[in-house]
Design a protein around this ligand. Structure first.
Ligand code: 6R9
Length: 652
């Protein structure tokens, strides 16, 4: 954390939804005084309920908390119909920019028509409230429509990121017990056409997913694909005869809106289950306060809908508020690394939300190619910048602030997780003085704290475990099909009933500001993507013809935040030189096939065995030092075979 303090711009702060620290404090105070009352007020003011709730929070089955339990609503009604009923149907909901730069604008009225047609098509195919639908789509209007259509009929969606492999997709379809899948023929990224349908075919091969009845395919490129008659249907055919009206399914507030699989400390990804009412409330409230979204804003969140950020800040939050947002199909570096800046200029984006890893790679690009430096673009439409997914280092923060934000835009460094549904610790742009590298203070109503292993508060200035002391509306409800794992992972008995985030943090002695110090479990954060070390280890050892044993750790990386480093013992003699390179490539390809390209280890190191204690435990701390290229200062006297340290020094 740096020491520079950036107070909010007074003129801009004056008109903010939360204007000034006193207003922030007052909200926090309201929540402290009457916790349930505070959240009930927000839920009544921000959401439209079919049947108003009378019970705000039910803690009787803690940690399975229930919010707004006896109320009913529909998420898609809240995101679409109510804006049209208020006479705002002609407003642009989505400005879609394709990989090749083609732009499509979709109004709220048009979006509702598309969502209703697909919702009707799903119903016609027998999809019912509570059924699970997997969405494996490119960044597209149709991807958002697919999610909203599920919400409209009360089907629970589970979006799988388009970069995941057939194996990962299959695991998720099976775990969710999905009945239908929505995909595209191909996706287009960086000028390349990449398969989606072919991966779906592979995932479904050999009747691997018996619950899945049908596949709906959006024609994005028209590329050649395989077709299973009876199972596969074109999206345009499925919706052609459907009405643009569809009565929303009014669901209970606790009805599962979606499952989203994420990595934990064990090998198997977990299906994080979110609610309808509580989730939507926080997605909307954080979009309003953290981004200060107003009618004349153009909001752009660069995340993919396959991650939670795309759920809360593309599909749900901005639409719940009737905002106008950019949805982008492509990548930040195509046709060149000026793409983001060019798009901000073109669409007059006023709120821009991206990940530190993107910023760091664009800094690098601008350093080597002056033509893609943000100073070449007209970025004066910007008024607020955001960061998410990993800690933003002060140097990247300063560059983002100066060169993208013209030293006038506050940066909201938003700390949150798939499990939290929305922002937990974040500055509010019209209130909070900023410190580069710190996510500053909890969102009003979020009781974040730092404790020791027994759940006792630690003083400011002393690091500890990040917890949330009280339940909040958008929290994870359970892990799909595994309530025990939910309790064990997030509410371990020694933590006094606090939610365990899995991150370490420290609060500044003077300001009380939070800085996240990184995961305290075996989860890595590579380019803002969460991955379990065990997940990658299982993928490596599943290459049974080659691998005897594998251990995976993270090491710091200038661009991606963390990089994956794998230590591998082969079933054959330890290779070196070109042979080692070839085997390393084979292993990377294997991991890409098992999980997806994002999980490919950057470094692979081969040893005759792994460093273990005499009791057989892999010495991970030592491996982390080796991965960093640090001298091993740790006591290695308990090492069974000290000679391997030298072998592991070589990375391929
Ligand atoms: C939204 C999202 C969650 C993990 C989280 C933490 C890291 C996210 C951060 C941050 C520091 C921030 N993280 N935002 N660390 N500062 N502003 O990223 O969800 O994919 O579940 O990852 O990401 O380690 O625990 P998810």
């Amino acid at each position: 954390m740096s020491n520079t303090l950036y107070p909010p711009n007074a003129a801009a702060a004056a008109t903010a939804h939360v204007s000034g620290m006193a207003a922030y404090e007052a909200l926090c105070q309201e929540a402290r005084t009457d916790y349930a009352g505070y959240w009930a007020r927000q839920a009544r003011e921000l959401l439209s309920w079919k049947k108003p709730f009378t019970q705000t929070l039910n803690e009787s089955e803690a940690p399975f908390f229930k919010w707004f339990e006896d109320g009913t609503l529909n998420v898609s009604y809240n995101c679409l119909d109510r804006h049209i009923e208020a006479g705002r149907g002609e407003r642009t909901a989505i400005i879609f920019e394709a990989d090749d730069g083609a732009v499509t604008r979709v109004s709220y009225q048009e979006l509702l028509g598309k969502v209703s047609q697909l919702a009707n098509a799903l119903k016609a195919r027998g999809v019912k409230k509570g059924d699970r639908v997997v969405i494996y789509m490119p960044m597209s209007v149709e991807g958002v429509v697919a999610m909203q259509a599920c919400a409209r009929i009360g089907a629970t969606h589970s979006v799988v990121f388009g970069g995941f492999s057939a194996q990962s997709l299959r695991d998720r379809i099976q775990d969710a017990g999905a009945v239908l899948l929505i995909t595209a023929d191909e996706q287009v990224r960086g000028g390349k056409q990449l398969p989606l349908k072919a991966i779906v075919d592979e995932a479904l091969a050999d009747n691997a997913c018996p619950t899945l009845r049908e596949v709906i395919v959006y024609r994005r490129t028209g590329g050649a694909i395989n077709w299973v008659a009876g199972r596969d249907h074109w999206l345009h055919d499925a919706v052609a005869a459907q009405s643009t009206q569809c009565e929303p399914e009014w669901v209970e507030a606790e009805h599962p809106l979606f499952l989203l699989y994420t990595s934990g400390s064990t090998g198997k990804p977990k299906g994080v289950q979110h609610s309808s009412g509580g989730y939507l409330l926080h997605a909307a409230l954080t979009t309003k306060w953290t981004f200060d979204l107003k009618d004349d804003d153009v909001f752009w969140c660069t995340a993919d809908i396959g991650w939670v950020t795309g759920h809360s800040y593309i599909t749900y939050g901005p639409l719940a508020l009737g905002g106008t947002e950019v949805v982008f199909e492509g990548v930040p570096t195509y046709p060149d690394a000026g793409r983001f800046w060019q798009m901000i200029e073109k669409h007059k984006v006023s709120i821009f939300y991206t990940a530190p890893t993107a910023i760091r790679s664009l800094i690098k690009a601008a350093e080597t190619n002056a033509a893609v430096h943000p100073r070449n673009y007209k970025l004066d439409s910007l008024r607020i910048l955001g960061s998410v997914g990993e800690p933003i280092n002060p140097a990247a923060w300063e560059w983002y602030h100066q060169h993208v934000g013209g030293s006038r835009c506050p940066i909201v460094d938003t700390f949150w997780q798939t499990e939290t549904g929305g922002h937990m610790i974040t500055p509010l742009p019209g209130a909070t003085p900023l410190v580069p590298g710190s996510c500053t203070l909890p969102f009003p109503g979020i009781e974040a704290a730092i404790v020791d292993e027994t759940g006792n508060d630690v003083p400011n200035g002393q690091g500890g475990i990040l917890v949330v002391k009280k339940p909040w509306p958008s929290m994870i409800r359970t892990i799909w099909g595994d309530p025990e794992r939910f309790k064990k992972s997030y509410y371990p008995s020694e933590l006094k009933g606090y939610y365990l985030a899995g991150d370490g943090a420290i609060r500044d002695e003077q300001t009380g500001y939070f800085t996240i110090t990184g995961r305290i479990d075996d989860v890595l954060n590579v380019s803002g993507h969460r991955m379990g070390t065990m997940e990658i280890e299982s993928a490596l050892v599943s290459c049974t013809e080659l691998v005897a044993e594998a251990a995976v750790v993270g090491r710091p990386d200038d661009t991606t935040g963390e990089a994956i480093c794998a230590f591998v013992v082969l079933k054959r003699p330890r290779p070196s030189g070109d042979e080692a390179k070839a085997i390393a490539k084979q292993l990377r390809d294997h991991v890409a096939k098992e999980i997806g390209p994002i999980a490919k280890p950057k470094d692979i190191r081969f040893g005759d065995n792994l460093p273990k204690t005499r009791s057989g435990k892999i010495m991970r701390r030592l491996l982390r030092a080796v991965a960093k290229g640090e001298a091993v200062t740790q006591d290695t006297s308990t090492l069974e075979n000290p000679a391997i340290l030298e072998q592991l020094g070589q990375a391929y």
